[in-house]
Ligand binder design. Structure first.
Ligand SMILES: C=CC1=C(C)c2cc3[nH]c(cc4nc(cc5[nH]c(cc1n2)c(C)c5CCC(=O)O)C(CCC(=O)O)=C4C)c(C)c3C=C
Ligand SMILES: [Fe+2]
Ligand SMILES: [Fe+2]
Length: 343
């Protein structure tokens, strides 16, 4: 077992004062589209035993060998297609920063600081927590921005924060966020984003496909509540919008590796629609709080291409909540629900 190294007070100890910190956590993204940067990111991501549960003695040689030889080049090209050239960074980073900055404005006149950190890559969760502590926060609300719980996302984000806290002497108090798959504020934000995007269309889509990031079925069998949470989201959305399961089906994207993942898979599901007479579709991605590789490239490019090749006419990709005012309202509401008694 590794021995804990507990640091002396500087630089981890909270500065004197009594502020509360809000730490927004998202998945993370590479710093560049080049092979080395994408390899570094994927290596950290896919070495996480919450993400790949296989025995590391078996998985690491496969990962460091074939996977990290082939995948960084392919993924780097995909990142290149969606890269934010203006800021020279990945969209996930741009939107995550924007959410944090806009949320900070909502708390400007209160004793509350906001920081953002990534589970993989930069800025790290440790950097973000240190920033909060150095600004005087002795209490932190950790908000892993996943509406649907999964051990592969929510739990590993919280693990990483506590792993950092293991090394410091004067820990801040921590509150973590519960998943919010059918919270009416979240459902309303999704519904209004969809309605806004559809309002500008000359013809309405016949079907609005919901697409969530997939997960190995085995993880669900072992107790991950992710699938049930995705279903709660879609049932609440259908109710809110008066849609049937045919008009708003639930699908799962981004399968990785040979195992069985949650079904139906988005790409074949969408490609089969034109043969059923459905040529105008919209796709929305309620599980992603910000647009990223999986939404902008996998759906916006790959799935769109397959749909068109199968005879589709119009595919409208609904933006994620990103930094729109409803998204910041939602973040503020979630944060305030955790701040009770602290602020
Ligand atoms: C076994 C592998 C993976 C599991 C399990 C997994 C779960 C999972 N992921 C997200 C959200 C995102 N994933 C993203 C990218 C991504 N995901 C995997 C693999 C697993 N994800 C890989 C290898 C990648 C990297 C890209 C690629 O090479 O294809 C992203 C986008 C990141 C970005 O930079 O834009 C998000 C977001 C969830 C919600 C989830 C569990 C439900
Ligand atoms: Fe993923
Ligand atoms: Fe993908």
């Amino acid at each position: 077992m590794e021995f804990l190294h507990i640091s002396s007070e500087h630089p981890d100890a909270p500065a004197p004062g009594s502020r509360v910190g809000i730490l927004l956590i998202n998945l993370g993204t590479p710093d560049d589209t080049n092979y080395a940067a994408v390899r570094r990111y994927l290596s950290e991501f896919l070495s996480d035993q919450r993400v790949i549960e296989a025995n590391p003695a078996i998985w690491q040689p496969i990962l460091q060998g074939v996977v990290l030889t082939v995948r960084p080049g392919k993924s780097g090209k995909a990142y290149g297609r969606i890269w934010n050239r203006e800021r020279d960074e990945s969209p996930l980073r741009t939107f995550s920063r924007a959410q944090a900055e806009l949320l900070a404005e909502r708390f400007r006149s209160e004793n509350v600081s906001v920081a953002w950190g990534m589970r993989y890559g930069t800025p790290s969760i440790a950097d973000a927590a240190t920033e909060l502590m150095q600004s005087g926060c002795d209490r932190i609300v950790a908000m892993a921005l996943y509406p649907q719980y999964s051990a592969t996302t929510t739990a590993t984000a919280n693990d990483q924060l506590f792993r950092f806290l293991m090394k410091i002497r004067r820990q801040p108090a921590i509150r973590t966020l519960a998943p919010f798959p059918d919270d009416p504020v979240y459902i309303d934000a999704l519904a209004s984003t969809l309605e806004e995007a559809l309002a500008g269309l000359p013809e309405q889509p016949q079907v609005v496909v919901t697409s969530f990031h997939g997960l190995p079925k085995d993880y669900v069998r072992k107790g991950d509540s992710y699938q049930a949470d995705c279903e709660r989201t879609v049932v609440a959305l259908r109710e809110r919008l008066g849609k049937t399961s045919e008009e708003m089906p639930l699908t799962f994207q981004s399968r990785f590796g040979p195992a069985k993942w949650l079904e139906p898979y988005t790409a074949p599901f969408v490609a089969a629609l034109p043969a059923q007479g459905i040529r105008r579709v919209a796709i929305m991605t309620p599980g992603f709080m910000v647009d990223c590789l999986e939404t902008l490239d996998e759906l916006g490019n790959e799935v769109r291409h397959e749909f068109m090749a199968a005879g589709g006419e119009e595919l409208t990709l609904i933006p994620c909540l990103n930094a729109c005012s409803q998204a910041i309202d939602l973040l503020e509401y979630l944060a305030r629900s955790q701040l009770q008694g602290w602020v």
